[in-house]
Design a protein around this ligand. Structure first.
Ligand SMILES: [Zn+2]
Ligand SMILES: [Zn+2]
Ligand SMILES: [Zn+2]
Length: 384
């Protein structure tokens, strides 16, 4: 029935309320569940009875202000006989305005989940505007019932627990956005969000003290934070993570990717629609074969004169110890980086300019070509 499912209304209540109330009001367990708050849908008056249980607080509210609250479990008869105990509350109910609104609040700690409805637009140096969505869990409770009702529920005129809980969760999302914004101002890029989740949780927890304190709400814990990136950005982040495992870098990967796309589109059209994370193995193979193609002297280029070598510029076979090509005059101790074209010593294992691994090796497991610097096979994952 009406009063929060209170089935224990006094006999005097039925139809004879008049000016003097005499109804017992209680927050029935069946209706209580996980609601942080219940606003009693009828004003309370002198002579009503109000039941307060161990796990709840009853707050009396009128004209935008809390009159009093009861947090000790008992059944309170709001009569003038109880004036010495209930003090100001009875005086307030006995005056010109004889009624007050009543809110019940649960004392317990609540576990909640928050999640963004509107994406956060993260302006990243590398990826431009990236729409983020955040999800997480938190624990909270009402620790100051007067502030909670005065500053939060009353000010914003919330009637239901759902409205209150929804608002708290929205505020949590905003705090996360706020923390991300601060980290971004310090130079953090979108790809660094994932390794900073615990850090962000801590910042949010710290900030929640100021933010929610004035509303009488305490946040005890922030956990399980998850930041959802758009698919193409997530792929780039994943790729970069595997790059680090492979001991190479993202620039290098992108260079390989560009070569691969160029190879697939001889007409010169950019490889539209090729996912940024696609074909990592093929990208590596390309780096390897390009390196081979451009360093015929270094690898197994068959030579009619076994003692000789091919000129690094014109390909004419010259003596193995020649420092200059007898045909074109090119210096033989320099090679060119296949990636950035920087001139390099012929025996260089890495480009000193862009870091590209020179030469390639074959995976002992699957036989795929990979950069000499790779620690793991990009095809089969075997440690090499
Ligand atoms: Zn030459
Ligand atoms: Zn280079
Ligand atoms: Zn392999």
């Amino acid at each position: 029935m009406l009063f929060g499912g209170s089935k224990r209304t006094d006999a005097t209540a039925g139809g004879k309320e008049g000016i003097i109330g005499a109804m017992t009001i209680a927050w029935d367990d069946a209706y209580k569940r996980n609601f942080i708050m219940w606003k009693v849908p009828r004003n309370i008056r002198l002579n009503d009875n109000i039941v307060v249980r161990e796990d709840e607080i009853a707050v009396f509210y009128r004209d935008g202000k809390v009159l009093a609250y009861l947090d000790k479990p008992d059944r309170y008869a709001l009569t003038s006989q109880n004036a010495p105990i209930l003090g100001g509350l009875i005086r307030a109910l006995s005056g010109v305005k004889q009624q007050a609104e009543v809110y019940y609040i649960q004392k317990k700690v609540f576990d909640g989940k928050f999640g963004s409805k509107q994406p956060y637009q993260f302006k990243d140096k590398e990826f431009g505007i990236v729409n983020l969505r955040v999800f997480g869990e938190f624990r909270y409770r009402v620790n100051e019932p007067v502030n909670f009702i005065n500053q939060f529920v009353g000010t914003l005129n919330y009637q239901t627990s759902q409205e209150v809980e929804e608002r708290i969760k929205e505020q949590m999302v905003l705090l996360v956005y706020d923390a991300i914004g601060h980290l971004k101002e310090k130079g953090m890029g979108v790809t660094e969000l994932a390794p900073n989740l615990t850090n962000i949780e801590q910042i949010v927890l710290e900030k929640s003290k100021d933010h929610f304190g004035m509303y009488g709400i305490e946040i005890n814990k922030v956990s399980g934070l998850y930041i959802n990136l758009p698919e193409e950005v997530q792929k780039a982040v994943d790729t970069r993570a595997s790059m680090q495992v492979l001991g190479t870098n993202y620039m290098q990967y992108q260079a390989g990717q560009a070569m691969r796309e160029a190879a697939q589109n001889p007409s010169g059209t950019a490889g539209a629609g090729v996912g940024i994370g696609a074909g990592i193995g093929a990208g590596y193979a390309m780096i390897g074969s390009m390196a081979q193609a451009m360093q015929p002297s270094q690898t197994q280029q068959p030579s009619p004169q076994p003692q000789g070598k091919a000129c690094i510029k014109c390909g004419v076979i010259i003596p193995a110890d020649a420092k200059f090509c007898s045909s074109c005059g090119a210096r033989q101790e320099k090679i060119e980086c296949p990636n950035c074209k920087a001139p390099l010593p012929a025996d260089a294992k890495f480009c000193s300019s862009c870091g590209t691994a020179l030469g390639s090796k074959k995976c002992s497991n699957c036989g795929v070509d990979m950069p000499a610097s790779a620690k793991f096979c990009p095809n089969c994952g075997k440690s090499v």
